[in-house]
Design a protein around this ligand. Structure first.
Ligand SMILES: NC(=O)c1ccc[n+]([C@@H]2O[C@H](COP(=O)([O-])OP(=O)(O)OC[C@H]3O[C@@H](n4cnc5c(N)ncnc54)[C@H](OP(=O)(O)O)[C@@H]3O)[C@@H](O)[C@H]2O)c1
Length: 250
């Protein structure tokens, strides 16, 4: 497929690399439009592109930006993008990074808010696994205990297309339901950054508690942030799992 990615950081960059590796044609844009972008695109095996061009002549657009940056995208960026082009949102809202966004603090599903900012439907994907998981823990389809990613949105065909891309990236998928329901895999839920297989993820999505999630998200940031040494990837995953006793593996 032809894929345009906005954001070449930990997640956007990893997605780009994986999509290139599995035969997709990828162009990327970030906040630069010069040498830094060219260098980064070269590292990823993708074409560097301006923001205006990255959305043109592609089948899928992946937005991988901090939430706070989304409303700063050029106005009418998607005005000439045909309706059948799928837009994927990987974002997660962290107040310490993204400042106070009233709608999100009041409980609006994060990707619903993103969709409103863009004036376009989005599919929520690539948000509930850490960048390290995405980079290094993918497996062949059919492998035992393959990690699964949640996909939310209102268009079943678009979700199927995105699921195929996630499969190419090395992960199973679980349909989390409508975009409205996609809070079930936001920060502070049992599905979030816990590296679950398909069966476990389905159970965790069902057990999510919308009212408790923001406090759990903020507790994770405070507790992990206050450690004197940065926890390893495995320690973070285990810490996340242990927040929800049902996810404990031992
Ligand atoms: N890191 C994770 O483990 C993880 C996991 C799942 C989901 N997410 C979510 O996915 C999103 C991206 O995360 P990340 O970790 O990849 O972030 P990141 O490493 O900080 O990368 C952010 C990217 O966005 C670009 N950017 C920022 N503002 C921009 C703007 N106004 N216009 C164009 N590009 C802009 C940056 O450009 P420059 O390169 O030019 O600075 C950078 O390439 C976030 O919402 C995050 O919460 C992260």
């Amino acid at each position: 497929m032809k894929i345009g990615i906005i954001g070449t950081g930990a997640i956007g960059g990893t997605i780009a690399k994986k999509m290139v590796k599995t035969g997709h044609t990828v162009k990327v844009a970030n906040s630069d439009n010069g040498d830094k972008l060219k260098t980064r695109a070269g590292e990823l095996g993708a074409q560097p592109s301006s923001l205006e061009d990255v959305v043109n002549n592609v089948d899928v657009i992946i937005l991988s930006l901090p939430t706070v940056a989304i409303p700063t995208l050029p106005e009418n960026l998607f005005a000439n993008v045909p309706d059948n082009v799928i837009i994927v949102d990987t974002s997660n809202y962290y107040p310490f990074r993204d400042a106070h966004i009233e709608d999100l603090q009041s409980g609006k599903a994060e990707s619903v808010w993103v969709s409103e900012q863009l004036g376009r439907p989005v599919i929520k994907a690539f948000n509930n696994l850490l960048a390290e998981t995405l980079m290094n823990r993918g497996k062949e389809a059919g492998s035992e205990n393959r990690i699964a990613m949640a996909i939310g949105g209102d268009d079943a065909d678009a979700k199927k297309t995105v699921a195929d891309l996630v499969n190419d990236a090395g992960f199973d998928t679980v349909d989390s339901g409508s975009l409205e329901d996609s809070w079930r895999h936001q920060p502070g839920t049992p599905a979030y950054c816990t590296e679950l297989n398909k069966v476990e993820l389905r159970v965790s999505l069902d057990k999510a508690d919308k009212d408790k999630a923001p406090a759990i998200r903020d507790k994770v940031v405070a507790e992990l942030g206050s450690r004197t040494t940065y926890p390893s990837h495995q320690e973070i995953v285990e810490y996340n799992r242990n927040l929800f006793t049902d996810n404990q593996t031992n």
